[in-house]
Design a protein around this ligand. Structure first.
Ligand code: 2RA
Length: 327
């Protein structure tokens, strides 16, 4: 039995957190829904009850809350997660604010376990989560030596603004969220550009992968992140090199038995992972596994996952499920 709060309850991810928590087998004694002042009073259904959204403020965590799932942006997390933590709440935070703090656990339940050194746990970036789920067992089996990611990210990753830009773009309406139209277009630009020429999203993939899989600096990682005109579910091409020699068959065998992975790899029947098949499920779909023809021990792996479920809401709920199961 546990008492939950969802902070940012009316956003795209917050709404999915409510839905995913309702699906969970967790016993939820009570759920508080918190958001900014403009959503106060809104009623949202959770299981068979209606809950009124309340305003998030510094007294919100005076109540007896066990877990607070945050998806309200970095500045809200920086301000309110420590207040919740001080009140004994386990915070599972979907923003990037805490992810690279050395005292903070960055958790994908299929890959690593929280130490709970602090009561704030970070939920990784969506495209990182779906990539490390298949990479964890492959690293354990063959040892990663190099990774190059190329992503094809859906507009739902930008929240309602991204979805609106794609749908409005079909009607010829100018974009508001993105600097260019996303309808009938592709943007090699996610989050802000940094001094090294990479975007923040690309560096999130690099740094978070290292932290989650405890990789040392001998493992080179690079990423190119691209926004595509797809409503939901991100696709990632993982170009990977292993330390140990292996084969496509051995990689398939590992992934067939990997937690959180569904192998969809039968090109003779045109079967491979696609966003339309990943949306609505928590598993990461993996396929198109092939040996790189240009170098030894290099392979290509295509993976697709629902960025709002496994890439955000479901991963957060699974972290709570993991902690509850360990009690
Ligand atoms: C995106 N990674 O897809 C972000 C969402 N966290 O833009």
């Amino acid at each position: 039995m546990a008492i939950f709060a969802i902070v940012g309850a009316t956003g795209v991810v917050g709404t999915k957190m409510i839905e995913r928590l309702a699906e969970s087998e967790l016993k939820v004694d009570k759920l508080y829904l918190m958001a900014s002042a403009r959503s106060v009073g809104k009623k949202i259904k959770f299981r068979d009850i209606e809950i009124e959204v309340e305003e998030l403020n510094e007294n919100s965590f005076d109540k007896d809350i066990d877990y607070a799932l945050f998806s309200a942006g970095g500045s809200t997390s920086l301000e309110f997660a420590p207040i919740a933590e001080k009140n004994g709440v386990i915070v599972i935070d979907n923003s990037s604010a805490w992810r690279m703090d050395p005292e903070i656990d960055l958790i994908v339940p299929e890959c690593n376990k929280p130490t709970l050194q602090r009561k704030i746990i970070a939920n990784p970036n969506c495209s990182t989560i779906q990539s490390v789920v298949p990479l964890r067992p492959l690293h354990d089996a063959f040892g990663l030596s190099h990774i190059t990611y190329t992503t094809y990210q859906a507009v739902s990753g930008s929240g309602k603004g991204g979805i609106d830009d794609l749908l409005n773009g079909q009607e010829g309406i100018e974009p508001k969220k993105y600097p260019h139209p996303i309808y009938n277009n592709v943007l090699p630009h996610i989050d802000v550009f940094l001094e090294n020429g990479y975007t923040k999203e690309e560096m999130k993939m690099v740094n978070e992968t290292k932290k989650i899989l405890s990789l040392d600096d001998s493992v080179g990682i690079s990423a190119t992140c691209v926004r595509v005109p797809v409503l939901n579910s991100h696709s990632v091409e993982i170009d990977v090199e292993f330390k140990k020699e292996t084969t496509v068959e051995e990689i398939r065998e590992v992934l067939k038995n990997a937690p959180g992975v569904i192998l969809v790899d039968n090109v003779q029947e045109n079967e491979y992972p696609m966003p339309i098949n990943a949306t609505g499920i928590d598993e990461v779909l993996v396929g198109r596994i092939r040996r790189d023809i240009s170098r030894p021990n290099g392979f290509h792996i295509w993976c697709v996952a629902d960025n709002i479920r496994k890439g955000a809401a479901s991963n957060a709920v699974q972290i709570a499920e993991m902690i509850e199961a360990s009690k």
